[in-house]
Design a protein around this ligand. Structure first.
Ligand code: SAH
Ligand code: SF4
Ligand code: F3S
Length: 441
């Protein structure tokens, strides 16, 4: 059998980054990466467990593969769902011969070698060890782009009542600072201009084991080191937590010119009672204080968030508070999620589940607000010239390029190939809720 692998990625940016590393180490082990299922002999699904729907999608997909013309192929389920459902996956996805959690993906090439040798085997690995330094930094040189993700840590020590992530990814572990800096320098030497640092609570980087220096947390020290790297123009990170958003990080928005004026800060609910029930260790006042301090440093900073509607016990009054919070902060973007019960989390044991129709209605109400404020934020940019970092050709329309403002708003404009990877000044002429349109000035 040939050794062509197709990797399909579900879930968050961490999974995207890990699929990228996996592709690189597979190539290093003599495998080829296929761009579509049809051309592959092995199909790996890098999965997510954060909501029920994410799991249902991946299980459905794995069973679909086992039917049609792909029947002969090796199917592997890796990532968070492999970890979360390892005990039942052999029943639910009987054709999956490889089940590997997100903490052991570096073993996948060796496991595939074994499966190719022995067609009766199934391999399951859900060990939870230290971060493998080789895997964390693995990259295919040919796939280096203008904007890249860099994973700086693994796992989460919080116990948000609704969340499965601490169970799938384990406790917090950090990559050494020098390794991350070396990786970013390597990327910069190959043309990367923007890096997005990834972690479940990215600003908790180094929290339990690295010292503060001059009042600065390990995370801010890391930002300062990346600021020094030639070629890197923009630094972003995903996702910070309000808990560790202290003054050293807020000051960084003034002190570090490469740090982009954009923060994705998950709120989850505008009601203190719901936040308490969710076991989120902050209240609305604290969140507003962070927003106020950030806007004092950078008045036009882009602020986005995550919200869960319909957490058990969320009353109409609680939901109103979330809506009011939106009106007060005017997030320019938000992901609204309908609460999904995750077995074995603390919230799964709570009574008072919210009916599906109520969740749906609350979701719709918030989506309207998100749209209103996204449009408003974008409209304020019309007539302004913005520095756009050009990433690629736009998907639609000939000769049109796609890039992002420092606030990470997408801009589409007419241009030539040599703009890709460069920053250009674009006069913004019009917008929709999600995209800005303009021309080179
Ligand atoms: N570590 C990040 C969140 C990672 S999960 C943080 O703490 O901010 C991404 C988002 O999925 C969360 O912010 C939350 O809004 C949503 N989410 C997590 N568990 C969920 C569940 N059980 N139901 C619905 N949404 C959920
Ligand atoms: Fe999940 Fe909470 Fe950890 Fe985020 S901080 S990954 S929501 S447990
Ligand atoms: Fe999903 Fe795992 Fe990311 S559960 S959101 S893929 S950390």
């Amino acid at each position: 059998m040939d050794k062509r692998v197709y990797i399909r990625t579900y879930g968050c940016q961490m999974n995207e980054r890990e699929s990228e590393s996996l592709a690189a180490i597979l190539v290093g082990s003599g495998y080829e990466i296929a761009n579509d299922e049809g051309a592959a002999d092995i199909i790996l699904l890098n999965t997510c467990s954060v909501r029920e729907q994410a799991e249902a999608k991946a299980i459905g997909k794995s069973n679909l593969i086992s039917r049609g013309k792909n029947r002969e192929k090796i199917v592997g389920i890796i990532g968070c769902m492999a970890q979360n459902l390892a005990d039942i996956l052999p029943k639910k996805s009987p054709n999956a011969r490889l089940i590997v959690g997100p903490n052991r993906i570096e073993k996948v090439p060796a496991y595939l070698d074994q499966l190719l040798r022995d067609s009766n085997r199934r391999i399951i690995d859900t060990e939870m060890g230290a971060i493998d330094p080789h895997f964390a930094a693995a990259r295919d040189e040919k796939k280096v782009k203008t904007s890249m993700f860099v994973s700086i840590m693994q796992g989460c020590n919080m116990g948000c009542a609704y969340c499965i992530v601490p169970k799938t990814r384990g406790p917090e572990r950090y990559r050494p600072m020098e390794e991350i800096v070396r990786e970013v320098r390597w990327l910069a030497e190959r043309g990367t201009k923007e890096v997005t640092l990834l972690g479940q609570i990215v600003n908790n980087y180094g929290a339990n084991c690295m010292p503060y220096v001059n009042g600065k947390s390990p995370f801010v020290q890391l930002l300062e080191k990346i600021q020094q790297i030639d070629g890197i123009r923009r630094i972003r990170f995903l996702s910070p937590h309000p808990k560790g958003f202290k003054s050293d990080l807020i000051d960084a928005y003034q002190n570090l010119p490469k740090l982009c004026p954009q923060v994705h800060l998950p709120l989850q609910s505008g009601s203190d009672a719901v936040l308490r029930a969710m076991k989120r260790p902050y209240g609305g006042e604290q969140f507003l204080a962070i927003v106020g301090a950030l806007r004092e440093k950078v008045p036009t900073i882009a602020l986005s968030t995550d919200i869960i509607v319909g957490f058990p016990g969320e009353t109409e009054a609680d939901f109103e508070k979330t809506c009011d919070f939106f009106d007060e902060v005017k997030f320019d973007m938000a992901f609204i999620f309908k609460y999904s019960v995750r077995p074995r989390t603390a919230a799964a044991r709570l009574g008072d589940q919210i009916p599906r129709e109520v969740k749906e209605a609350r979701n719709q109400i918030l989506l309207e607000r998100v749209e209103r404020y996204s449009r408003r934020y974008n409209e304020l940019m019309v007539g302004e010239a913005k520095e756009v970092l050009v990433e690629s050709w736009a998907k639609r329309g000939p000769r049109r390029l796609e890039g992002f403002t420092p606030e990470r708003k997408k801009v589409i404009f007419a241009g030539t190939e040599d703009c890709i990877g460069q920053t250009v000044d674009i006069l913004i002429e019009s917008c929709t809720t999600s995209t800005l349109f303009g021309r080179i000035v």
